[in-house]
Ligand binder design. Structure first.
Ligand code: FES
Ligand SMILES: [Fe+2]
Length: 453
């Protein structure tokens, strides 16, 4: 008789430890680089959740497409002739060669480079070489590219889910998150557009470290980034935490806001956008709580579970010679392998903004969070420790845990904002880590989904 081996034993025991550790706001380091965890993340999170794939302005016309990934799956995000957006598996149905190998372009169809099967930009099978002599009996309906069953967008942000059973995008995000996105991206009816193709850089960090940092880590700013204050690129950085708010919208979606006016002065109302631009914003559709948040503590960063983040901040490539400009970046923390991610960074601009101002925003954003940006370089280096520790026998034997105990009652200056009228919770704190724990609770919930392989 052979003993039955539970293929999920290692995973389940690790998830048990995560659940146990989280009671004390501790997270076992192994989850930041572990084969079983990574494999389960692909199956239970990235094959199920709604994942950001593109901005509508990247593919404005019929035939436009970009190549993206959902988890490890390469996909083509293509607008077809009817104007619909299709998210297609980039694996040829013949022998799985990558059908499209050019990052972006305009095409009515895609031709596989191996044997030449051709697909329309909506994924339909169109033909094959030597059709009269080869594949005479092939049923075209059966052999189109695999398609994401759900594609939808909100404020120009296109998301897709690979699961037929997924809820609607709005239900997945939750009302509170839609409320936040309306406040951030719905300020002008003409919306925003991407300024350029995304920067991409591969870094030896786990995707979760980046996602939770963007959703809640104000504590690191005046240590990790202090050199920017030293050289005059980020004025009054040490005072930043005196003016922070942590917004926890539930479901692991969290944002950080800052009281710019109190912190940096009245020029920084609405992040510091020039009055010519803010006077064009249409906030009449927002509710009082949204307007009050934008007035006093507009969100500067945030994360939507699993791996999408937002960033809006005033900056300049050279404060001595160039005026400040408010950049908006959206980013994707793309898992590549255990402990390795690709960081994708898009710069956005308001369509109603003058060209020169948009270009200044782009320069400021690239200087801070482009692939050689001063902030980005700081962050990606400090996140490298966790995945290394995750593989350390010494650290594992000592049950090393990542510490998020700033979420623990009484550990840090932190109180609920009694004046907050928006959804979820707003906390007055520059140090709390309830947002990060909210992210990890959602992560654990998804990893524990019953019936998942
Ligand atoms: S692998 Fe694509 S046509 Fe053969
Ligand atoms: Fe940072």
């Amino acid at each position: 008789m052979t003993a039955t081996v539970d293929p999920h034993a290692e995973l389940n025991s690790l998830l048990d430890r995560v659940e146990e550790g989280m009671q004390e706001n501790l997270v076992p380091i192994e989850i930041f680089s572990n084969d079983a965890i990574f494999d389960a993340e692909m199956r239970r999170i990235f094959a199920r959740c709604w994942v950001f794939v593109a901005h509508e302005s990247e593919i404005p016309s019929p035939g436009d497409y970009v190549l993206r990934r959902i988890g490890l799956d390469p996909v083509i995000v293509a607008r077809d002739e009817s104007g619909s957006v299709n998210v297609l598996s980039n694996y040829c149905r013949h022998r799985a060669t990558m059908v499209c190998q050019v990052d972006q372009g305009n095409a009515s169809h895609f031709r596989c480079p191996y044997h030449g099967w051709i697909y329309k930009n909506n994924g339909d099978w169109l033909g094959a070489p030597h059709r009269n002599r080869a594949y005479r009996k092939l049923d075209p309906k059966q052999w189109g590219l695999l398609r994401a069953p759900h594609v939808d967008s909100i404020h120009g942000l296109i998301f897709a889910s690979l699961s037929p059973d997924a809820p609607t995008l709005r239900d997945f995000l939750g009302e509170a998150t839609v409320w936040m996105l309306d406040a951030l991206f719905g300020l002008h009816p003409d919306g925003m557009r991407v300024m350029a193709p995304p920067d991409r850089m591969r870094v030896r960090t786990d995707w979760k470290s980046a996602a939770e940092n963007a959703g809640g880590d104000t504590y690191h700013a005046d240590t990790t980034h202090i050199s920017l204050d030293d050289i005059g690129l980020a004025a009054k950085l040490p005072q930043l935490n005196d003016h922070a708010r942590h917004y926890d919208l539930g479901s692991g979606n969290t944002f950080i806001g800052h009281g710019f006016v109190d912190w940096l002065g009245s020029d920084f109302w609405y992040w510091g956008y020039p009055r010519e631009l803010t006077s064009q914003f249409v906030t009449s559709g927002l509710d009082d709580a949204q307007r009050s948040m934008l007035d006093s503590h507009p969100p500067i960063t945030g994360t939507l579970f699993p791996n999408f983040s937002y960033l809006r901040f005033p900056g300049s490539p050279d404060p001595e010679t160039k005026p400040l400009a408010v950049y908006t970046s959206i980013r994707l923390w793309q898992p590549i392998a255990p402990g390795v991610q690709e960081l994708w960074n898009w710069q956005l601009s308001w369509n109603c903004s003058p060209k020169e101002y948009s270009e200044a925003c782009y320069d400021a954003g690239q200087n801070a969070f482009g692939s050689s940006g001063v902030f980005e370089q700081d962050d990606t280096v400090v996140w490298e420790g966790l995945p290394q520790a995750a593989r350390s026998v010494f650290a594992q034997k000592n049950h090393m845990m990542a510490n998020y105990q700033l979420a623990t009652e009484g550990m840090s200056e932190q109180s609920k904002d009694a004046n907050w009228q928006g959804p979820g919770i707003s906390r007055i704190t520059g140090f709390g880590e309830c947002n990060q724990m909210s992210f990890y609770r959602r992560w654990l919930k998804e990893m524990r989904q019953p019936g998942q392989q």
